[in-house]
Design a binder for this molecule. Sequence first.
Ligand SMILES: Cc1cc2nc3c(=O)[nH]c(=O)nc-3n(C[C@H](O)[C@H](O)[C@H](O)COP(=O)(O)OP(=O)(O)OC[C@H]3O[C@@H](n4cnc5c(N)ncnc54)[C@H](O)[C@@H]3O)c2cc1C
Length: 593
Amino acid sequence: MDARSPRNSSGTATPGQRRGADHIAPDCAGQNFYAIDRGLRDLLAHYLTPDDFARLEPHFDRLGALAGNRLDELARIADKHPPVLYPRDRFGRDEDWIDYHSSYREMEQIAFGDFGFHAMSHRAGTLGMDRPLPAVAKYALQYLFVQAEFGLMCPISVTDTSIHLIRKFAAPSLQEYLLPKMLSGDVATMWKGTQFMTERAGGSDVGTIETVARHEDGEWRLYGDKWFCSHADAEVALLLARPEGAPAGTKGLALFALPRRLKDGSRNAYRIVRLKDKLGTRSMASGEILLEGALAYLVGKADQGLKQMMEQVNLSRLSHGVRASAMMRRCVNEAMVCARTRTAFGKTIIDYPLLRRQLLKITLPSEQSLSMFLFAADAMDRANAGSKDAENCLRILTPLLKFRACRDNIPVATGAMEVRGGNGYIEEWVQARLVRDAHIGVLWEGTSNINALDIITRAVGKTRAHKALQAELSKLLDEATAIPDPFRDRLRQTLDRTLTFAERVAAEPSQEEHARQAASALYHIASAVLMTSEAARPGTDARRALFARLVLEHRLSVKDPLAPKESGWEHAAAEILFSERKVAIGEIAKLLT
Ligand SMILES: Cc1cc2nc3c(=O)[nH]c(=O)nc-3n(C[C@H](O)[C@H](O)[C@H](O)COP(=O)(O)OP(=O)(O)OC[C@H]3O[C@@H](n4cnc5c(N)ncnc54)[C@H](O)[C@@H]3O)c2cc1C
């Protein structure tokens, strides 16, 4: 228990807490983040088979309880005790190691040991399943975990994605060497993974990579300098390097697996020379690495390095979208608790129109991202089962989610901080950490511009993946017969206009400056259609359709800032949205037109 939570051993409030409770709004400590998330529960029941849902729900519930309790406490402590690099041992040998606080180690045990996050997509046996978990379940678990701890999700996810690449592209002998260690659930001995690409010359422009791979005595040896290396002390790093004599640019890059220790247990010839002093993700170690002839194993074909690595990048991008969604949910939960309990000028602050508007502004992107990531995860499950259409859909959904959810996370975190007032700026409360952590999402695994260009130039312009998305969204609208026709027509028309806009930007190099605008519009219309379709399903909370209308009005319509429209419907919608009551579509149908 840290200093922020002065509960006594019986778990009841201390006299100090009771005094404070007169004025200071509580936070979400002690809540079960699964139990309080109606949207998540409804959508999981829809996307998972009844059998999988019944088997996995106890684990969602267990992780939801941990995220609001022990994991949350550990995350807070780990953030305040960041990892420390020791470059040499006491004999002066360059035996570099990173020291982690016990709180981080306990979180590793929960993630890798108890839940097997890294292995759940790759083998049977995690969480009692007789086969690998569906992607929908994996990302839902990531979503619950990250509501407490963000930093560690990088090592968790990058271990998972490294295993994917090694299984898919490595030679059988390399698989036999690495996979049993990487898939192990024994945290003390397992090998975790990571991914090093970025160098000083370029992160976006990976074709500038200067690390060289030399073939010496039948082995590959790496020489170079990697500038951003998260999870710097992972036991296996996947990285890009240029074999001597290979062409310049991205074509000449090969993918290698770099073990931290050699087969005899000695240190491989690379050193972590420095850890970065970061704004956020402070529990996790990001460093700089000097490769001094390190032994590495070629993965797949030497001329396919970047193409293979992009599989890992895309899996990471999807996870980043999920992480942003998780942090937004935490922000919303915190803001709602605060808004319902804090009083000012004699009223609870949720009763003020301006504050309600602020709450809607942070809730909307959170709900959009929930619908988008579960739809993307479902597309992944369908793609894994062989659907080409789902694969194309996932191709565009992945950068859409990464781009927009990570951007939305920043104003949502700031908005949630503001709802708590001055206390939100104080590091004892989670809001300050959420604000710091929110910013990394627009940098790693591709900045906003790089993701927007991927969406418009490649996914729309080259792959034509938007056609698959269009087909799926149109089908969902056709099936949502419980929704009034005029609202569905409005969505259809907006979908058509958005796709026309995206195609025009993709086709005209002079329009590139609009790539972000077009990508945002695609995200917004897709999320509005999804939320409408979800609202129409029997058993699902129909309030999701109100969020869809808010998206249409506030993200996809022209507004005159000097003549705001009469928003009577919004007041009624806010009343229903804040009521915490599940509603049927009939009750809100009139608010959709
Ligand atoms: C905490 C942290 C951890 C990281 N961990 C890792 C890691 O583990 N492994 C790893 O490989 N990398 C890692 N990175 C690096 C990260 O992926 C890069 O910083 C990122 O890709 C951007 O690259 P850059 O820093 O070189 O910026 P640049 O590529 O120089 O970009 C600078 C600006 O130019 C813009 N820009 C670039 N090209 C274009 C274009 N064509 N059109 C429009 N705008 C453009 C970018 O959007 C950005 O705004 C990490 C970064 C951070 C901050």
